[in-house]
Design a protein around this ligand. Structure first.
Ligand code: ATP
Ligand code: MG
Length: 301
């Protein structure tokens, strides 16, 4: 569906090598997260796919069409929700969506636009000028705009930045439904729990290079051999009382919580040691690392 081969990008301004030999193939129906720190190169890659930035090297095919030779065809296949929101501020939502439809030669799509606006909670605002929308509403408008021509691939560059938590969850449901109806989705976000909730594949880009590309489950599995055990007590704790657990790196948190690190397979040993000492704890929590912990781990190393 999307084939990116040996793509490099050097911005003349600042001589910045923003992408270094990127290879990425996305199959139809995937839901992929593209993660990375500020300046990693995510938007550069997305802007290349959108045709807004000309890559220095490499090939990109969208639905089999080369973005260099068949730009128009590729534009029909993808919808892009850009990170920066440079657009015609004086138009209303309705006008802007009509204009966008016209760009693709689509007429009489009122019903579909009504549907999109309803799903994105913008119906009430359809007559408002873009400059008068709140930041979160603008992001939702950009999603509607990207979907006007029913693209097979939707690429969203931080669609939930600045969107309130309730609306973010509404957007998650919207994206899940869109994915279920067959749309291939690529999402960049700094809310890692969002990627954990929505995406099936995680691609991490760091300083212009892909440093991880794995199915989410596998990535989580590789890292989830380590677990964190939190034991809660009534009374204040002294670290010296936990010498018998020293191989599990005991730490005291908030005075009454004991934190231990262990491998999954040693969990029962930890429980037994605690039981043997007749420790009267009030609660015990075993936590798997979250995608966020794993992400930070990968970025650091
Ligand atoms: N138009 C430009 N001219 C020169 N350098 C640029 C331009 N756009 C981006 N860069 C540089 O390219 C690098 C990658 O930027 P990019 O916007 O792709 O990062 P990003 O991963 O999207 O970051 P963020 O999470 O902050 O959105 C950065 O070092 C940035 O300064
Ligand atoms: Mg960006």
């Amino acid at each position: 569906m999307l084939n990116i081969s040996n793509v490099s990008m050097i911005y003349q301004k600042g001589k910045k090598e923003a992408l270094k030999d990127i290879n990425l193939n996305i199959a139809e129906g995937e839901f992929t997260a593209l993660l990375g720190q500020n300046g990693a190169g995510k938007s550069t890659l997305i802007n290349i796919l959108a045709g807004n930035v000309k890559k220095t090297q490499g090939t990109v095919k969208i639905g089999g069409y080369s973005i260099d030779r068949n730009e128009l065809e590729t534009k029909k296949i993808i919808g892009i929700v850009p990170q920066d929101t440079g657009y015609d501020f004086v138009f209303t939502i309705d006008e802007a969506l009509k204009k966008q439809s016209g760009y693709f030669g689509i007429k009489n799509n009122h019903e579909y636009i009504d549907e999109l606006l309803a799903e994105l909670y913008l119906t009430e605002k359809r007559g408002a000028r873009l400059r008068d929308l709140s930041g979160g509403m603008r992001r939702r408008f950009l999603i509607a705009k990207a979907l006007v021509h029913k693209p097979k691939i939707l690429i969203l560059d931080e669609p939930t930045a600045g969107v309130d938590i309730e609306m973010r969850h509404t957007l998650y449901d919207f994206l899940i439904k869109l994915h279920q109806s067959g749309t291939t989705i690529i999402l960049t976000t700094h809310y890692i729990e969002e990627a954990e909730k929505l995406c099936k594949r995680i691609v991490i880009i760091n300083d212009g290079k892909i440093i991880a590309d794995e199915p989410k489950e596998e990535l989580m599995e590789t890292f989830s051999k380590e677990v964190i055990v939190e034991v809660h007590f009534e009374d204040e704790l002294k670290l010296t009382d936990f010498e018998f657990l020293k191989e599990y790196a005991p730490q005291i948190e908030e005075k009454t919580k004991l934190q231990l690190k262990t491998s999954k397979k040693d969990l029962s040993k930890v429980f037994k040691k605690l039981a043997d000492q007749n420790m009267a704890f009030t609660n015990l929590v075993v936590e798997k690392p979250k995608l966020e912990d794993i992400y930070l781990d990968i970025i650091k190393h």
